[in-house]
Design a protein around this ligand. Structure first.
Ligand code: B3K
Ligand code: ZN
Length: 857
């Protein structure tokens, strides 16, 4: 048979449908830690022209038997390499046939947590994107969809798979999933688990059994996840008209998981940190994230499962839309204004950073080596922003019509971005040819605005340009929805939010008939994911911070004030008075939502300051940035000592802890005040709060302050004693010590922690706590002597041997290296090259590291 060595680069342009049909998959799995036996039967239909049958299958599959319609396939008619099994066309019947295989796999030896693996005695699976090929030989691609019948055998109390239960008896369970699905949505879980259970009756009357499965003893921390699931099910019916479609919905929490959670049909598997919560172990942020991720995975049932992706290049079709939906959900349940600001902060911190560096790629990439490297902020968060822009352009009604059409037209399909855009064109009559560039072009557009005022007419001149990104030197103009409002000199709004549509490189908009020159509030609600540049003095920013009616624009005005002060300070210039005065007024404005005030009080992080400097062509100096931020915080505290102390007391939340938005908002403001006050009280309040708070939110906030001030020894000891048996709390304990450490000690702290017995580095949460904690300590990670880079590289190299997905993901700590000074750049490249030179380096990490190194060439 001809050689078919897999090509390293996969290209969208090479897409071709699978030449066979698959009508049903039957699996019979007999579980054993080192030798699980998987028997599969695939009902296949050959295409019109005879072709070899190529199935995906990893090197870890030990093939025992292979039969076609009950007859063994001759060895001469098949070919095996590390990634595929090929059966020659002339060995295949011309009519429908059944291919049966028996393979043996080793879940206990599976440290990559992809396919079937063991996590603390629980068998579980992760198949997206290409994990099913480590369970059996299969056409492991999202456009091959079929129904599944699964029998699970094993001496374990709980045996779960997708769909509806057919038969359950001791040691054996049979499941049937009537909804055709691709292999990436397959799941199996088995172990000693207990359920927190409830029911949900859908609006058409289907009675659904709901279970959140956890380890015995964890039931009292699973209630919030269940409440969140019920809210999600109701919201998707109310807002998108989407109902659940099986008799059961199972969620399982496991401790070893490569990411947050997975939307397997009817059997979501979650990282335990996104399920388990109690007031004394989880923070407000944890609660909000649990609610959002439970919703996200549940919403995938329609946007991802019922309508899936044709190929992995289309990943943002399901991820962008599902993120957009979970953002809407959180906005509806909590505060839409606060949620929008938080989402923009995440977008800027992660996606803008990605777009500005060597790993930039479009929301719909057209090439990849390892698809797991493309579960990125660009695919997820920018994918969601693009949908937000579409909605803004076609209006709420147009959006609702388009979504109804999408669900009607594509239910059961493996669809593409073109299908998605066509639905919007058909539902609204709009031509989206130019809009499609948001999907195909990488990079963040830079938008400049200039104002002209003459004879009662205000003219706004806009210009857009997008910097080059790897492989895309030139970028044509995009459609940019720019939401503006005008505010009169007395603070009254004279033009409510209006959306301008920019389509050219340069474009002007006139606002005639105005009595006096207004102040322009622009990019309201962050109406497009662009970097906006406009000349504005501090007085105008302070005016907008006081008067803008759009909460995002109001917050943004404060942010700009803070950033201009911090970038000046970091370059040795005196600054900050304007911000200190404006923030003083806002912090005590009782009419403003405490959550909003907390957001305004939190200074931009060091990474954000570095990004702003780099954006302005200045090489960031991490130590100077750290000092500038500390200095401004101290000056705010000195200027507003009494007001902050009053806030700290007033924002105490009476009664038992509740994770609702209003209580969380008060705690957030109280914590913001605590952080500032700690710059002048030596950490006294933090020490008291750590000892007295009845909830993890305040205890962690206090602990972080104490770590920063280097007086956390006894608090850390107490916490370690109290929570030695709680992995999730101990993850926080690891991460806060590195993240909040004084930068000159961060690497040493990380080294000490890494040497501890309980640094169980193969557990992704623990690894992320330590290495992600260091990466988040900007001046610590970017230590001038390269020690942060070297430490991280050592651990990436080690992790790559066990779990390539985690190593590759964590390697993004290096993605900003080109913007630093020559000394740091040399250390960073040396670290990356050391990883690249490793023998046996995974495809995942190799692709990431070589893309990052290429930026220096
Ligand atoms: N779809 C999964 C992510 C899978 C990641 C594979 N490396 C979770 C989510 O986005 O909902
Ligand atoms: Zn998702």
């Amino acid at each position: 048979m001809p050689d078919q060595t897999p090509q390293p680069v996969k290209r969208l342009a090479d897409y071709r449908p699978w030449p066979f049909g698959l009508t049903e998959t039957r699996l019979d799995v007999t579980l054993a830690p080192r030798g699980t036996v998987v028997r599969s039967e695939l009902d296949l239909r050959p295409g019109a022209t005879p072709e070899d049958l190529v199935l995906d299958g990893g090197a870890g599959l030990r093939l025992k038997t292979l039969e076609i319609d009950g007859r063994p396939v001759e060895p001469a008619q098949m070919r095996r390499d590390d990634e595929t099994l090929t059966i020659a066309a002339d060995a295949l019947p011309r009519a429908p046939f059944t291919l049966s295989a028996e393979v043996e796999i080793d879940p206990e030896g599976n440290t990559a947590f992809e396919g079937l693996y063991l996590s603390g005695g629980i068998f579980c699976t992760q198949c997206e994107a290409e994990g099913f090929r480590h369970i059996t030989f299969y056409p492991d691609r999202p456009d091959v969809m079929t129904t599944f019948r699964v029998t699970v055998r094993g001496d374990l109390p709980v045996l779960l798979s997708n769909g509806n239960p057919v038969r359950q008896e001791p040691g054996q369970a049979e499941w049937h999933d009537p909804w055709p699905k691709p292999a990436y949505l397959f799941a199996l879980v088995a172990g000693d688990l207990v359920a927190v259970s409830d029911r949900f009756v859908t609006r058409s009357g289907r009675d659904v059994a709901l279970n959140v499965w956890v380890r015995p003893g964890d039931q009292d921390r699973a209630g919030f996840a269940m409440e969140s699931l019920i809210k999600s099910m109701r919201w998707d019916e109310d807002v998108y008209g989407r109902e659940y479609d099986l008799d059961v919905f199972n969620i399982v929490a496991v401790d070893d998981f490569n990411m947050g959670a997975m939307e397997n049909k009817g059997l979501n598997i979650f990282n335990s940190k996104l399920v388990l919560a109690s007031p004394d172990t989880a923070t407000d942020t944890d609660y909000e994230r649990i609610e959002a991720v439970i919703a996200h995975e549940y919403f995938h049932n329609w946007t991802g499962n019922r309508i899936t992706c044709r190929d992995w290049f289309q990943l943002c079709l399901k991820e962008g839309l599902t993120v957009f939906r979970d953002q809407q959900f959180t906005g509806d349940l909590r505060s839409a204004a606060v949620k929008r600001i938080e989402d923009v902060q995440v977008l800027r911190a992660r996606q803008f950073r990605e777009d500005q560096g060597p790993l930039a790629h479009p929301p719909r990439p057209d090439r990849y080596e390892e698809i797991n490297n493309f579960y990125t902020a660009t695919v997820y968060e920018k994918g969601a922003e693009v949908i937000g822009m579409l909605k803004r352009l076609v209006g709420d009604e147009g959006y609702a019509r388009a979504l109804d059409l999408y669900f009607d037209r594509h239910d059961g399909d493996a669809a593409t971005i073109e299908d998605w855009l066509t639905v919007f064109e058909d539902a609204t009559g709009r031509d989206l040819t130019q809009f499609a560039r948001w999907y195909t072009d990488a990079g963040t557009p830079h938008l400049t605005m200039q104002e002209h005022w003459q004879d009662g007419t205000l003219t706004l001149d806009f210009a857009q340009t997008t910097p080059p990104t790897p492989g895309q030197p030139e970028k044509p103009a995009r459609v940019i929805p720019i939401a503006v409002g005008l505010i009169g000199p007395n603070g009254d709004e004279i033009l409510p939010t209006t959306v301008l549509e920019m389509t050219g490189d340069r474009q002007s908009f006139d606002f005639p008939g105005l009595g006096a020159r207004p102040v322009v509030s622009v990019l309201r609600g962050f109406s497009a994911p662009v970097v906006l540049r406009r000349e504005m003095d501090d007085a105008t920013r302070a005016f907008l911070l006081a008067h803008d009616t759009d909460p995002f624009a109001r917050w943004e005005a404060g942010r700009e004030l803070a950033l201009s002060a911090l970038t000046d300070l970091a370059q040795g210039r005196d600054a900050g008075e304007g911000f200190i005065a404006a923030i003083g007024t806002l912090m005590s404005d009782e009419a403003a939502d405490p959550a909003f005030r907390a957001l305004c009080l939190a200074l931009p992080g060091e990474e954000e300051i570095a990004t702003r400097l780099a954006d302005r062509g200045v090489t960031p100096d991490p130590q100077a940035i750290h000092a500038a931020r500390g200095d401004l915080a101290r000056r705010i505290a000195e200027a507003h000592r009494d007001a902050l102390a009053a806030l700290y007391t007033a924002m105490t939340v009476p009664g038992d802890y509740r994770p609702d938005a209003a209580s969380a908002a008060r705690r957030a403001l109280r914590i913001a005040a605590l952080g500032l006050l700690s710059r002048i009280d030596g950490g006294e309040r933090a020490e008291v709060l750590f000892g007295t708070a009845d909830n993890m939110t305040e205890r962690m906030a206090a602990l972080s302050v104490l770590v920063r001030l280097d007086r956390a020894q006894s608090a850390l000891r107490l916490m370690a004693e109290e929570f030695a048996g709680n992995r999730l709390v101990m993850d926080k304990w690891f991460s806060v010590q590195v993240m909040a450490a004084p930068p000159d000690r961060a690497v040493a702290v990380a080294q000490t922690l890494a040497a501890r017995k309980d640094f169980d580095w193969k557990n992704p949460n623990r690894f992320r706590a330590l290495l992600g904690g260091l990466a988040a300590n900007h001046a610590g990670f970017h230590a001038a002597d390269g020690s942060g880079y070297a430490f991280t590289a050592d651990w990436l190299a080690r992790m790559d041997g066990a779990n390539p997905q985690i190593a590759a993901r964590m390697s993004t700590a290096f993605e900003t290296w080109p913007r630093y000074d020559a000394g740091r750049r040399a250390h960073a490249v040396a670290a990356l090259e050391r990883i690249a030179a490793l023998e046996g380096l995974s495809r995942n990490t190799r692709e990431m590291v070589s893309r990052m190194i290429a930026a220096g060439r």
